[in-house]
Design a protein around this ligand. Structure first.
Ligand code: MTE
Ligand code: MO
Length: 385
């Protein structure tokens, strides 16, 4: 399989790697809309985009430690109760480039826009597992299943030409309130090829790496997925660990992402006269369905803080909406007409609903793979020469 049949992409995306295609929008474009349009949504791949000839012959296979192995057509999946969930997908490598400025890390460089919010439409994973005779369970199935593995049909170098795969714990997968979807729609349209046509997993509140695109097979298994991206990547190590002393087995695969925020407007390095009134905008999000409690902005390098104003959360038509339920989507925030005295650092930090805060410095969380950089985000505002 090659890169000869890649889809067309928005020319305004910043390309971080061409083959496989990895790209993100400008932070400014990202913060323009609550629901990220598909063409502006970051694209994270580990191989060529699969070419599926005929969706009418597509089948999703459910196998492993299930009572009833299943093979489901797309048409069948579309007849199951449809759920529309607005969820932010964020790559664990979001803001990796900043982490590298401290000490080099390994991986595709990403700015602060490796995330996006979409209204995902599809069947619930928990419903499909019920069809296969897997009950909602707290420990293991009667057959011994403990994890639910998702296998794609793309080919990745890291898997030595095999497909991308990942798993989530069975308890998570069988919990209806976890809103894990087998999604065939993004923002009310059929999924496009870049984002997983014809079917992808969406695991809200969890790093993007577990939301497997181009899903082909679901396996209920006794063990967590043994694939590269679960065992030898997307784990977080302490700053003392480097490539010479790493023991991959000593850590568990990343799931929920931590509280995060960034400034999207104005752009880093703008030049303004002393006393200029500036508008600020950005995003904040929390993993695991924890919402954002507060967003603090400092326009004087951290001496004093202002509380940012959240823009109204938008509800997509047909969305499952209940304010009591977990919050899977970001907050867009804003502060307008704030006087700045350059040169100065503007900083943002957020607090989630469980009172988790972001670390001040990237040094505390530096890790060799450059994942989960959620340190205070700053931009520099410069004075005219
Ligand atoms: N699924 C497959 N099959 N292949 C991949 O390379 N990348 C994962 C995940 N699912 C990937 C995949 C990673 S690391 C992320 S962050 C998200 O998809 C990105 O989803 P997006 O391209 O729709 O933004
Ligand atoms: Mo990712």
């Amino acid at each position: 399989k090659t890169y000869e049949e890649e889809p067309r992409r928005d020319p305004s995306l910043q390309i971080n790697s061409k083959e496989p295609f990895n790209a993100e929008p400008s932070p400014f474009a990202l913060s323009r809309s609550y629901i990220t349009p598909e063409d502006k949504f970051y694209k994270r791949n580990h191989g060529p985009i699969p070419v599926l000839m005929d969706p009418s012959t597509y089948h999703l296979v459910l196998t492993g430690l299930v009572e009833k192995p299943l093979s489901l057509s797309l048409e069948y999946l579309r007849q199951l109760p449809k759920h529309v969930v607005t969820a932010t997908l964020q790559c664990a490598g979001n803001r990796r480039t900043e982490m590298s400025t401290r000490r080099k890390v390994k991986g595709v460089g990403w700015g602060a826009a490796a995330l996006g919010t979409a209204a995902w439409g599809g069947a619930r994973l928990s419903d499909v597992l019920t069809l296969a005779g897997v009950p909602h369970c707290t420990r293991a199935t009667t057959l011994g299943g403990r994890h639910v593995e998702f296998v794609s049909c793309d080919v990745c170098k890291e898997e030595e030409g095999g497909p991308y795969k990942a798993s989530v714990p069975l308890l998570h997968a069988t919990t209806p309130e976890a809103d894990i979807l087998l999604a065939y729609e993004m923002n009310g349209k059929d999924l496009n090829r870049d984002h997983g046509f014809p079917l992808r997993v969406v695991v809200p509140g969890v790093i993007g790496a577990r939301s497997v695109k181009w899903l082909e097979t679901i396996i209920v298994s006794e063990f967590e997925c043994q694939g590269f991206f679960m065992q030898k990547d997307y784990k977080m190590f302490p700053p003392s660990i480097d490539w010479h002393n790493i023991d991959w087995q000593s850590r568990c695969p990343l799931m929920d992402f931590p509280v995060q925020s960034a400034i999207c407007e104005p752009r880093d390095g703008i030049v303004v006269e002393n006393g200029t009134m500036v508008n600020f905008r950005g995003y904040a999000l929390a993993g695991g369905g924890r919402g954002i409690e507060r967003v603090d902005l400092s326009v004087d390098g951290g001496k004093t803080w202002l509380e940012a104003v959240r823009l109204p959360r938008e509800h997509f038509p047909g969305e499952d909406h209940d304010p009591q339920r977990p919050n899977w989507a970001w907050v867009l925030w804003e502060l307008k007409y704030i006087k700045v005295c350059p040169p100065v650092d503007v900083i943002v930090k957020a607090v989630d609903s469980a009172s988790n805060v972001q670390p001040q410095s990237v040094d505390e969380i530096w890790n060799l793979r450059g994942v989960l950089n959620n340190s205070w985000h700053r931009i520099h505002i410069l004075a005219p020469p």
